[in-house]
Design a protein around this ligand. Structure first.
Ligand code: BGC
Length: 358
């Protein structure tokens, strides 16, 4: 069968390859991929920055954003039947306490694996098998947008954990800033808007991109950093920013958010940044603001199945609140056989590789 693979740490090595069909045990489910999504992490893996092959392989099948349909179920499985739509989680546990508790997204050691990223083949292929424990059922009416569930699972985790942490006091957030208007930034802005917050999303591009229009159509204000510098944005929110969701992919911007958050507020840091920017900061001023304002910044990566399940419920809500907006995020569809590494260059919002489309 066909798959897209890279040679780890070799820049620009992504290519279409022929690989053996996956084996499947009695307690596994075989899934026929409908489509896979491409994101910044895949581009970074293709640039050679990270990504590791499974033991015994010199290549890694790429792909962690997935949406597929059950093809066959093992005799010792019970959750699924042929034809069900599923999204499968990315990280697999090690033996640490958190992994043992079903929280591999909070793994204590560096020994977890991630499908399509780290020592486990991914989903950019025709079929894969896995344990049903990692699979989340997608109701048929969400099948068009199911491919957005994996990226959303990280937003869902950040929102749940952020609100949980803020139980440290009486907290009534009114305003939010999202830095970065890519897939994660937009999804985060929808989640914050759905919670009733006034939301500004900012990015470099001038207003008029599809990203800015999708934000506007969901009742979110888009600000171009070419028109308004980042440190002027709090003014537009009445000098109060209760939540910052950082998804710019840019380290200096992530650091800057610590200077923008308001007393008792929370910064949810979500960018994986492998560049090495150098900036000059006043650490005392940043530290003093954060201490005197009880401010909090928390890093958030990956998601366990609980957050995928919450994501399914949030998507149902978004479909009512912001009809058509999730569908419009899927801007470029490319057939698997037409795969080319040019697809890692940004274009529109979300690129999907169509493997067995309905
Ligand atoms: C994936 C996460 C993963 C992270 C770091 C993200 O793109 O969505 O599942 O944990 O990359 O590898």
């Amino acid at each position: 069968m066909k798959a897209v693979a890279i040679t780890p740490h070799v820049p620009n090595s992504a290519r279409l390859v022929e690989v053996p069909e996956p084996e499947m045990t009695n307690d596994q489910v075989l899934v026929r991929m409908v489509r896979a999504g491409i994101c910044g992490t895949d581009a970074e893996i293709n640039s050679g920055a990270f990504g590791d092959a499974p033991p015994g392989f010199d290549y890694l099948i790429l792909g962690h954003e997935n949406f597929g349909q059950v093809e066959r179920v093992g005799s010792r499985t019970s959750r699924f039947k042929k034809g069900d739509y599923v999204v499968t989680t990315v990280r697999r546990p090690c033996g640490c306490m958190n992994c043992g508790a079903g929280e591999s997204d909070m793994c204590l050691r560096d020994q977890f694996t991630e499908r399509g990223i780290r020592r486990e083949h991914g989903y950019l292929t025709e079929y894969y098998s896995d344990s049903e424990d990692y699979m989340i059922e997608i109701p048929p009416h969400l099948r068009e947008v199911g491919i957005l569930l994996e990226p959303y699972s990280i937003v869902s985790k950040a929102m749940w954990q952020g609100w949980k942490i803020q139980e440290r006091m009486v907290w009534k957030p009114r305003t939010a800033l999202v830095t970065g208007a890519g897939t994660i930034g937009l999804l985060a802005a929808f989640a914050l808007r759905a919670r009733g917050l006034e939301v500004i999303i900012c990015a470099r591009s001038k207003e008029g991109t599809l990203n800015s229009m999708l934000a506007r159509d969901a009742g979110i204000t888009y600000v171009s950093l070419q028109d308004t510098p980042l440190d002027q944005i709090p003014k537009l929110l009445g000098d109060r920013v209760d939540v910052i969701f950082e998804a710019s992919g840019h380290g200096p911007t992530a650091l800057k958010t610590l200077e923008l958050i308001t007393t008792n507020g929370i910064v949810l840091l979500n960018s994986v940044t492998s560049a090495a920017h150098q900036v000059t900061v006043n650490p005392d001023a940043i530290n003093m603001r954060m201490v005197l304002g009880n401010m909090l910044a928390v890093g958030v990566v990956n998601a366990n199945r609980k957050y995928f399940e919450m994501g399914v419920r949030d998507f149902e809500d978004f479909q009512t609140r912001f009809p058509g907006v999730l569908e419009r995020m899927l801007t470029r569809r490319v057939a698997l056989q037409d795969f080319s590494s040019r697809l890692f260059e940004r274009s529109g919002v979300k690129t999907t590789i169509e493997i067995h489309p309905d």
